[in-house]
Ligand binder design. Structure first.
Ligand SMILES: [Zn+2]
Ligand SMILES: [Zn+2]
Length: 453
């Protein structure tokens, strides 16, 4: 009876569940230039987008044109006393390999060279298929991989690293900007613009309905009542796909972890599996790496043959002593404050669940979204060291080398980023639904508010 009922109403075109708090709501198209946000946790759910496919395709193709000169052409030339050093992104990464920093080299190589190309080519492929109205069987899977790559592409962090390197060395050496630098800057801008142009909701609808876009009501008849008994999707045995947000009924006949999303192929779970345990393990690992990352030397600087080791904190103090307060503050924020904030913030949300204290959930969910968003900026210091280590190598004058802290630092960043991925904020909101499970107002009333974008 229950399943017959679910099949009779097409729940995915009529209802939406918030991916952050699992609140189940009627799906209403937001008016032009506006977004609709979850009334409970504030997460943006739907937004109006026009020509998303065409714009994404144009930007992805333009980005691919700039990619190869950006990676292969020389970025900068450092000159001093007749000696000069020039190189491209790949050569700066090779320097890490020469010094046996395999993990650091791999982290930079994937986040700045491999993933950006993969991301742009996946977007170009998916957008081209949608534009030509061709729907090969694995289109959903390709778009799913594209979405997963999002936060592991760190080209804009690398560009900020280049800018900081240039400002740091400007007083000591003469710096020329080469063609690679301008292509790379263009690549960063286009990659960011393409991410903004992609409207996930309409891409997924086009993929699923083979070109027919959903016609959602702009306004809902407020008299119609919700057919659901519970406040959340999970309370009504509906699972939100972690990859494409599609609502699917959980089939009791299927064992947990076997049912897959019909739209994108991701495994369906009511909540992320083993979320609490995994997130605790990752933030404890990150906290342990934090100590060697900050107290072991991260750079070995040699002036006139005399070596000196410096930690991240030494470098920051040096910037402040030189009067470069802005750069000092940026490095301090990215390398120390952000990782500590991520670890403490995730510990707070985990403790909320552990101690069963469902207070300030909206603020804590916003904090969690911020933690997931800022994750990648911590790699800034590693990129600066990669660039300095390559360009500042004038033999008798000064040379800069990477020291062991760099590996711990990369491990720490990766651990905190994975922790943000394994944590499921809906578990925090479940503390509330256990208190008042029958609050129907949230799905029967006008709860999906339009907010100014
Ligand atoms: Zn929500
Ligand atoms: Zn899915």
């Amino acid at each position: 009876m229950k399943h017959h009922f679910y099949n009779a109403i097409d729940y995915n075109t009529q209802f939406i569940a918030c991916p952050d708090c699992d609140l189940l709501m009627h799906k209403i198209r937001p008016p032009d230039d506006r977004k609709s946000a979850c009334p409970r946790c504030g997460r943006v759910l739907l937004q109006h987008c026009r020509d998303s496919v065409t714009r994404s395709l144009a930007l992805a193709l333009a980005g691919m044109c700039l990619y190869f000169p950006a990676v292969l052409m020389p970025l900068l030339t450092f000159q001093q006393l007749g000696l000069h050093e020039t190189g491209n992104i790949l050569q700066t990464i090779m320097k890490f390999l020469d010094r046996d920093y395999y993990f650091v080299a791999a982290a930079v190589f994937f986040s700045v060279v491999i993933f950006p190309l993969l991301k742009l080519s996946l977007l170009a492929t998916v957008a081209l298929c949608l534009r030509l109205r061709k729907y090969p069987p694995h289109l959903g899977r390709l778009f799913r991989i594209y979405n997963h790559l999002g936060e592991w592409v760190m080209v804009e962090v690398y560009l900020l690293g280049i800018v900081i390197t240039v400002i740091k060395m400007l007083q000591t050496v003469e710096i020329d900007f080469n063609i690679g630098f301008f292509c790379f800057t263009g690549l960063v801008l286009i990659t960011m613009a393409s991410s903004l142009a992609v409207c996930r909701e309409s891409f997924w609808n086009l993929i699923e309905n083979k070109g027919k876009s959903d016609s959602l009501p702009v306004q809902r008849d407020t008299a119609s009542t919700s057919p659901f008994a519970n406040l959340t999707a999970a309370g009504n045995s509906l699972a939100v796909c972690s990859d494409c947000d599609k609502l699917s009924p959980v089939l009791n006949s299927m064992p947990e972890g076997q049912q897959r999303c019909s739209r994108c192929g991701a495994v369906l779970h009511l909540r992320k599996p083993a979320s609490i345990g995994r997130t605790w393990a990752l933030i404890i690992a990150a906290a342990l790496f934090l100590y060697p990352a900050n107290f072991l030397p991260i750079m070995r600087v040699e002036f006139f043959g005399i070596p000196s080791h410096s930690t991240i904190l030494d470098g920051i103090i040096l910037f402040f002593q030189d009067g470069s307060y802005v750069i000092g503050l940026i490095i301090l924020t990215a390398s120390i404050l952000v990782p500590v904030f991520k670890i403490v913030g995730l510990a707070i949300v985990l403790l909320t669940i552990k101690l069963n204290r469902p207070r300030y959930l909206r603020q804590k969910t916003a904090m969690f979204r911020f933690i997931a968003f800022i994750g990648r900026w911590s790699m800034l210091d590693i990129f600066v060291i990669a660039l300095l280590g390559f360009f500042v190598n004038f033999g008798f004058f000064s040379s800069i080398e990477t020291a062991p802290a760099a590996t711990y630092f990369c491990l720490m960043v990766v651990a905190t980023m994975l922790a943000a991925l394994t944590f499921d904020p809906r578990i925090m909101w479940d503390l509330l639904s256990s208190e008042k499970p029958q609050d129907k107002s949230a799905i029967t009333g006008e709860t999906l508010h339009g907010t100014n974008s």
